[in-house]
Design a protein around this ligand. Structure first.
Ligand SMILES: *Cc1c(COP(=O)(O)O)cnc(C)c1O
Length: 390
């Protein structure tokens, strides 16, 4: 029954919170006692600002989970199986973040389900340790693969990729958001992996919008697909999803805590396990159209606030693939306005409340309205107007 309820189409949960919700200006005694103040998040679902804010359903699940002792290995499997059903994947495992999913997934590919090989990592003896990646797909998360003993081999063309595959090749890594930057596109990449018998991993950490993406890439044929639990899904910040082929997910479990080994330091607690499950269930039920409309309204609020500001232009901007939701791009000429992006950025951060945005180069500031709450869009528009209007 639970499962049917979870899969039922849009029971229309509120996509955005009520006016009474907590904002950057709400009292925050805990953070205050640490000498810190909460900020307005104009960057989106980014790890450095704390990912996302967990909805009440997620917090409730974590709280309930926290009250009992429960055999953890079994809970991991049960939650993984339930999530796999929800996102239409052959199998799933909860990790302690997308980066952790890269590490344990790599360990699974390199050890190929062989317990002895898994134990010896990062020692490369007898291991297929080479991971092929397109140059434009370098993500900054290569260390997660290297800690398993992997050696990253970069290629640019299909021909180079075909030539790079040899008896030491253990995995092919794809950075989903770099789809338009690389010469080899996702479907072609998957096809080559299948033809040559090499498992393919797709890091789609920030790409859970639209929600259909949760099953798009496993259905496309990627052997492993990764999402961050604390970004669009609004699960616990220290959670992630590793989805994909049954045998590879099976091989990933012993790579992670509570089993000793390469991922022992990447513990997922009972609270995160149950929290992420609740988050996925919720995410599939949320009224995404209503949420989109709310984001458009916030974009319009900020643009309206800057309309009268001379020599400043704004436009609605939707990034491709990662964080694919409405943003505001604010632009000006640094020389004629006498203000650099860095200066504006710093003044926003230094104000009350502090506002964090994305610097996009000279005279270009990108504002994500995605994680804003209450009247924060209005505050951001007003502050920007003051600063840029001189
Ligand atoms: C955010 C991100 C990660 C890391 O996610 P965590 O959940 O913080 O570990 C990995 N890869 C990409 C592409 C990301 O955007």
């Amino acid at each position: 029954m639970l499962q049917t309820a979870a899969l039922a189409p849009a029971a229309a949960l509120p996509a955005v919170a009520a006016a009474t919700e907590i904002t950057a200006l709400s009292p925050a005694p805990l953070y205050k006692s640490l000498g810190m103040r909460p900020v307005i998040n104009g960057m989106g679902v980014v790890t450095v600002l704390g990912g996302s804010i967990m909805p009440p359903e997620v917090i409730q699940a974590m709280e309930e989970a926290s009250r009992f002792f429960i055999p953890l290995p079994e809970l991991e499997r049960k939650v993984g199986a339930r999530i796999a059903e929800l996102v239409q994947a052959p199998a799933a495992m909860v990790t302690c973040g997308a980066a952790s999913a890269i590490a344990v997934g790599t360990a699974a590919c390199l050890s190929q389900g062989d317990a002895a090989k898994l134990r010896q990592l990062p020692n490369r003896d007898g291991i297929k340790y080479e991971v092929i990646q397109q140059k434009s797909h370098r993500s900054g998360y290569e260390h997660q693969m290297e800690l398993c003993g992997a050696k990253v081999v970069t290629v640019e063309t299909r021909q180079q990729l075909e030539a790079a595959i040899n008896e030491r090749t253990g995995m092919m890594f794809y950075l989903n958001k770099a789809e338009h930057d690389g010469q080899i596109k996702a479907e072609e990449f998957v096809k080559i992996g299948k033809a040559r018998g090499i498992p393919t991993m797709n890091d789609a950490a920030s790409d859970a919008t639209p929600k259909e993406n949760l099953w798009k890439y496993t259905k496309m044929g990627f052997d492993l697909v990764i999402f961050s639990g604390g970004k669009a899904l609004r699960g616990p910040q220290a959670s992630g999803l590793l989805l994909g082929r049954k045998d590879l997910i099976e091989a990933s479990y012993p790579a992670m805590s509570p089993y000793g080994g390469i991922g022992r330091g990447m513990k997922v607690g009972k609270e995160e396990l149950c929290g992420l499950l609740a988050a996925v269930e919720r995410y599939l039920k949320v009224d995404h159209a209503a949420e989109w409309k709310e984001l458009e309204a916030r974009v319009a609020t900020i643009r309206a606030a800057l309309k009268g500001v001379k020599r400043v232009t704004t436009e609605r901007h939707i990034p491709v693939i990662a964080n694919e939701v409405p943003h505001v791009m604010v632009q000006w000429n640094e020389r004629t306005l006498g203000m650099t992006t860095k200066e504006v950025h710093e003044r926003l951060m230094g104000g009350e409340p502090s506002i964090h945005t994305l610097q996009q180069g000279p005279g270009k500031l990108l504002i994500s309205v995605w994680m804003m709450r209450g009247d924060e869009a209005q505050i951001v528009g007003g502050r920007l107007g003051e600063i840029l209007g001189g």
